[in-house]
Design a protein around this ligand. Sequence first.
Ligand code: R5P
Length: 264
Amino acid sequence: MDWGLKNRLSRIIQPDGRVLMFAVDHGYFLGPVRGLEDPKKSLEPLIPYADALMLTRGLLRNCIPPETNTPIVLRVSGATSIERDNLPDEGLTVSLEDAVRLNVSAITLSIFVGTEHERQTLEALSELVDFGEEYGIPVLAVTAVGRDIGQKDARYLGLACRIAAEQGAHFVKTYYCDDFEKVTGSAMVPIVIAGGKKIESEIDVFQLAHDAIQQGAVGCDFGRNIFQNPKPEAMIRALRSVVHDNKTPKEALEMYNELSKVTA
Ligand code: R5P
């Protein structure tokens, strides 16, 4: 790995080997998702607690102050919407020159392994990796599951993560599942987990993060479970304590409850 690529990746995955990424890229196919109707207002108090932000160039240019030092993981794929049943039919939507212009720390796209669009998304990944290697920009592959969320097992997720790594992805975002250590154990590269739909109880969110890390994930890239929480600042700060301070879910819940009394 070249120095520039390593340097950018080390801005995202922290010196303790862990990362709490904050995913706010949902609008690229969901539009004004609940909790991000006014992204500038929602995100401003939360940015200081994220190790990296995952978002689109539109949200970045419109809502994130250019003075921010939080590393940016830029989504460069899309061109589909929730209005149609074709979410896997994604393509690259951002010129790589624009990613450089935006000074991002990583670029990301979804791959849809096992769908009729598997080939196009894997070829797009390869294109990004060629670019990333040339310019020193790490590539995050997201093993997207569309509406099958919660239904994919360790065999499928292990396959998708390994294929991403074999194509050259520098780190991979996937979903937690039973026997998750089989996924992390064969992936070859760091794995972060997505949160998925808003989970009813806070302790279950902390448990998810805790279990994934215990089974080899380097951290989380959560979105809705942070910005749709009634106390998002308390949530992101308590999640940090699980990711970086090895707090148990119970300890994180106590922290969340305390912070909920004093944060907006
Ligand atoms: C996944 O493909 C996208 O990056 C999503 O926008 C992101 O993963 C969603 O995060 P969460 O499931 O935690 O809301």
